[in-house]
Design a protein around this ligand. Structure first.
Ligand SMILES: [Zn+2]
Length: 258
């Protein structure tokens, strides 16, 4: 049986949105550990200007705190970070992969389309965040389906089924991660929606932000519609997004002294 631990690996406060989280998951089964998204890492905290750049730091109002890094939290939980051998990545934006080089022996699992967009030089990415040249496991389109949606089965040392679910649009190969728990599923949707409010109304300020940051906004809206339909028709799926803050107590975290 898989254990799912929830980690907040960063706080951003972009204009007009308020403070949002960086919701990563640590999957644990029979001594094997896998991370879903990697948040900000120790190198981001140590050299934010060099790693992230002034423009992004100013716009997103990023809080740099080593206590938020996955590597520190995993240690605090009593696990050995070197045992994290797999990192499953929804997409390669800077706020999702800064922590990857804290797990240098870890294989990075990502959709082939996402890595192709990264490797093509797409300027939205910070290419040095993969400068440690991790082993990559890329997933191409296949025939597998999950509740009618395309699914790509992840190669992990778990008996639990974990899929990448293409939710393209935010980026060219953006995916959610579906994890089975008995008859239920957790679907980490990455940035397919930022806040849960987007599922219930289009007239949100956040929808403007989501449109602007999409590589393909038409495709992003189709992906969001698929998620809304899935939620309406299925009681066995719990969705969570990377940036939705309500899962964590961000106010308390922000009150910690840096
Ligand atoms: Zn993001």
């Amino acid at each position: 049986m898989i254990n799912i631990h929830h980690l907040n690996c960063g706080i951003l406060s972009p204009p007009g949105v308020g403070s949002v989280a960086c919701h990563c998951l640590l999957l644990e089964e029979d001594g094997h550990l896998a991370l879903v998204d990697a948040g900000f890492g120790l190198r981001d905290i140590q050299s934010p200007l060099k790693r992230i750049g002034q423009d992004k730091i100013d716009f997103y109002n990023i809080r740099f705190d080593a206590r938020h890094t996955a590597v520190h939290q995993i240690e605090d939980m009593g696990f050995v970070p070197a045992y994290v051998r797999d990192c499953i990545i929804t997409h390669l934006d800077f706020d999702h992969i800064g922590g990857l080089d804290d797990f240098p022996y870890s294989t990075v699992h990502v959709a082939a389309e996402e890595y192709a967009s990264f490797a093509s030089g797409n300027p939205r990415y910070l290419h040095h965040q993969l400068g440690h040249r991790p082993k990559l496991e890329l997933y191409e389109k296949g025939a597998c389906k999950w509740f009618g949606m395309e699914a790509r089965k992840l190669k992990l040392p778990f008996s639990t089924t974990v899929y990448l679910i293409p939710l393209f649009g935010h980026t060219k190969g953006h995916c959610g991660v579906a994890i089975q728990q008995n008859e239920n599923w957790i679907l980490h949707v990455g940035d397919a929606f930022y806040l849960e409010a987007e599922l219930f109304s289009e007239a949100q300020k956040i929808a403007e932000v989501a449109s602007k940051s999409a590589d393909d906004d038409h495709q992003r809206k189709l992906s969001l519609k698929h998620l809304m339909d899935l939620l309406a028709s299925n009681k066995h799926i719990k969705m969570l997004s990377y940036h939705e803050p309500s899962f964590f107590n961000l106010e308390a975290e922000l009150s910690f002294k840096l």
